[in-house]
Write a protein that binds this ligand. Structure first.
Ligand SMILES: [Ca+2]
Length: 432
């Protein structure tokens, strides 16, 4: 009887177990089904909602003539990082004051070449005649960056060879020849003391004529007056001031000054290298090298440079060859001062990147590895993008050193290429 009862109980237990299993299995099934439904639903949803086909509509008055750009760019799918800064399209016709020569050189993409011979303002009767050059933009841009370079000078703080002292940048919506029409002055600089500078300019709808006007030569400018070899124009519509755009200042000593002059014998340049790696990019480059400088001088002038060029995001620092000269072993003041430079750049919301000091074979720089260790530690401490290892490169290519310290033309190209590699590895910051 007991046996029978046990059999019935076991059978009941098996039946209950079977029922439970069915429920669980079904539950599992329905859970899995629900999951698959969810997945299917998700799969049906593209990462980006398909946009309705745009219907032709009259443009709002406030955007009349503007090319609309999506903002902010950094949350868009398929993003490019850093956001590109394409060169501004120009109409081929160049206008200039009759007293000046070769204005087309301002927009030929060539540096350290025969530039725009602007000369000096002249007095004609009761009138002051200002040198100027003008160009029509191919379309109306919302925001552009204007960068002039007086490449007769080598050091950043040199103006003797044709540097402007005072100048203005103006825009017009109704000019026909760079001279007539209404003009709005957007940049006015006095007492300029540098060989190159960039200005971020907000345009008003319809403003398509740009005029660069020389109001005085630099105080120490030689007798031939102002000579500007390029007026670079970048479309910054996708970039706001302070936004991480593809804009680079190279700050350092004579090695920087010679390496980023963009001359024909130093190309492919950094910008060429970046463009070769990513055809959508054409970074803006400002050369801030001054021969003979050590980190102390960089620390003293970096804030002025940041203030003068607020649209530049990446501050590429190449310093230490002079600090380590004479087989100096006192690395502590160097490290502390360089940390001061890093902090000043970060305080302005910009990104410093530190290059390792290039190897030198002149017997006067045996202690560079100690200085480079400090550079590596700062990079780590402030979580900076890793700069190029110029030490390793020149150690294995000593034939690219002209005098045991400064690079040859081949060395300059290699140095720029190593920087381009760094630029091509940059990733967007987290947006969450
Ligand atoms: Ca030129």
């Amino acid at each position: 009887m007991l046996k029978k009862f046990l059999i019935v109980l076991s059978a009941g237990a098996i039946a209950v177990l079977g029922l439970w299993w069915k429920v669980v299995a079904k539950g599992g099934e329905s859970f899995a089904y629900a999951q698959s439904l969810k997945a299917k639903k998700k799969a049906r949803q593209p990462a980006v909602e398909p946009q309705p086909q745009p219907q032709p509509q009259p443009q709002a008055a406030k955007n009349d003539g503007w090319v609309e750009v999506p903002e902010p760019l950094h949350i868009l799918p398929g993003r490019i990082w850093p956001p590109p800064t394409p060169q501004v399209g120009l109409s081929p016709e160049i206008f200039s004051a009759p007293s000046t020569q070769n204005a087309q050189a301002l927009w030929d993409g060539k540096f350290r070449d025969f530039g725009w011979q602007a000369g000096k303002p002249a007095v004609s009767g009761s009138k002051v005649v200002l040198p100027w050059a003008a160009v029509r933009l191919a379309k109306s841009y919302r925001r552009i960056l204007v960068q002039w370079t007086a490449s007769g000078n080598t050091d950043y703080n040199q103006t003797i060879y044709g540097g402007p002292g005072s100048y203005a940048i103006l825009f017009s919506a109704d000019s026909s020849n760079g001279e007539d029409g209404e003009w709005r002055s957007v940049v006015e600089v006095q007492n300029n003391r540098v060989r190159t500078r960039s200005h971020l300019v907000e345009l008003q709808p319809g403003e398509v004529f740009l005029r660069f006007e020389i109001r005085a030569a630099a105080a120490d400018c030689y007798q031939y007056g102002v000579q500007i070899d390029e007026l670079s124009l970048f479309d910054m519509s996708m970039c706001k001031e302070g936004f991480a755009c593809d804009t680079w200042a190279f700050v350092g000593d004579s090695i920087t000054a010679m390496s980023f002059d963009n001359s024909a014998q130093h190309r492919p340049s950094f910008a060429d290298g970046v463009q070769a790696g990513d055809a959508r990019r054409s970074p803006l480059v400002l050369n801030g090298g001054i021969g003979g400088e050590g980190v102390r001088q960089i620390e003293q002038r970096i804030e002025g440079m940041l203030d003068d060029n607020p649209a530049i995001y990446y501050w590429a620092i190449g310093i230490g060859s002079n600090d380590s000269a004479g087989n100096n072993t006192n690395v502590k003041p160097f490290a502390q001062t360089l940390e001061g430079v890093v902090k000043k750049i970060i305080a302005k919301g910009r990104m410093p990147i530190l290059a390792k000091i290039p190897y030198a074979s002149d017997g006067q720089h045996e202690t560079i590895p100690v200085f480079n260790k400090a550079i590596g530690e700062l990079t780590k401490k402030y979580k900076l993008p890793k700069g190029p290892d110029l030490y390793t490169h020149f150690k294995s290519h000593p034939n690219q050193l002209a005098d045991g310290l400064h690079p040859t033309d081949e060395g300059v190209k290699a140095l720029q290429s190593l920087w381009a590699e760094v630029a091509l590895t940059l990733e967007p910051p987290a947006t969450d």
